[in-house]
Design a protein around this ligand. Sequence first.
Ligand SMILES: [Ca+2]
Ligand SMILES: [Ca+2]
Ligand SMILES: [Ca+2]
Length: 196
Amino acid sequence: MKMYGFCAFFLVGLLAVSGLVPALTDSPYGKILFDSKRSGNYEIYVMDSDGSNVRKLTTNNADDMMPSWSAVGEKVAFMSDRDGNWEIYVMNSDGSDVRRLTNNPAADRMPVWSPDGEKIAFHSDRDGNFEVYIMNVDGSNQVNLTTNSADDGRPAWSPDGKKIAFHSDRDGNEEVYVMNADGSDVKRLTTSTMIL
Ligand SMILES: [Ca+2]
Ligand SMILES: [Ca+2]
Ligand SMILES: [Ca+2]
């Protein structure tokens, strides 16, 4: 189980780098979140794991994308440009009680909820280039974890919440890295000359 969790964590990192993931997340409650342009602009949807019972959670002319389940409390984090630029929002799993967590002219994107439900990781270029940030689920205490002149982004939590995988081009091309959830002990996991 432990090995399975690590492999899944690593795989998510690789897929995130390749751009193949995300916009589709499975919850502990067996429901799947996804985003779709089927109604003309991106909205967040939820469905049962067999594809039935599709419900639209957002109704907004802007793009609402990249939903992430809270492991606790059945809430959803997502990104939207409804207020003029990309910001991170949370809402209840029925689409009610939408709250904006970031308020910044930069692109705040790719929210992912920590396994313990206490934190949300995301990436933003508010400090001049993309960095991985972490914040409390009410938007307080937003901390830059990477602090690096390269582009760092697409965070993914380990199952135990102690580590965050991300991708960065700090060594010349896109690679997968992992760090502690406080930004310490950064390690590169991949060595590839491919453009992922
Ligand atoms: Ca929308
Ligand atoms: Ca923003
Ligand atoms: Ca950076």
